[in-house]
Write a protein that binds this ligand. Structure first.
Ligand code: AMP
Ligand code: ZN
Length: 136
């Protein structure tokens, strides 16, 4: 097994466990962006959102919701970012589907997710029409 998160699920390497059920596991990110940075993963391996079954995504989302409350009551952050990278171009490094929960405090400067610099150059009508026309 060459997937590091599958090895964590199997108990072959340790993690800082935060929550667990039959389908998903939540543990601390070892290179945290902020105090209480948690990863939530499905126990069954998939690479990213695109190859993960919708039912599994729903189970992970329930765990994300649970952990968000754990973070909120315990660390009392001013906000929480939920983010998820798909494929290296989007910043994915570990190829086992995972969701980041990053607690945020006012003016912490941890990150700004994007700059809206393209909006004025794009034909939003055309893009929305293309996406609506896509099958599936
Ligand atoms: P991503 O860029 O979305 O693929 O994020 C992968 C995350 O996994 C990074 O934030 C890493 O710090 C984290 N990570 C890698 N190995 C481990 C590990 N053994 N335990 C906990 N977090 C890890
Ligand atoms: Zn895996």
């Amino acid at each position: 097994m060459d997937c590091i998160f599958c090895r964590i699920v199997a108990g072959n390497i340790p993690c800082y466990r935060v929550a667990e059920n039959d389908d998903s596991l939540a543990f601390l990110d070892i290179e945290p962006a902020a105090k209480g940075h948690v990863l939530v993963i499905p126990k069954q391996h998939s690479e990213n959102l695109l190859d993960t079954k919708p039912d599994t995504l729903a189970l992970v989302a329930q765990m994300v919701h649970h952990v968000a409350h754990q973070i909120d009551v315990t660390l009392e952050p001013d906000g929480i970012n939920i983010l998820q990278n798909n494929r290296p171009a989007a910043g994915q490094v570990v190829m086992h589907y995972h969701v980041h929960l990053i607690p945020r405090w006012n003016d912490d400067n941890v990150m700004k997710a994007w700059r809206p610099k393209l909006a004025t150059k794009l034909d939003l009508n055309e893009i929305a029409a293309q996406l609506r026309a896509a099958a599936g």
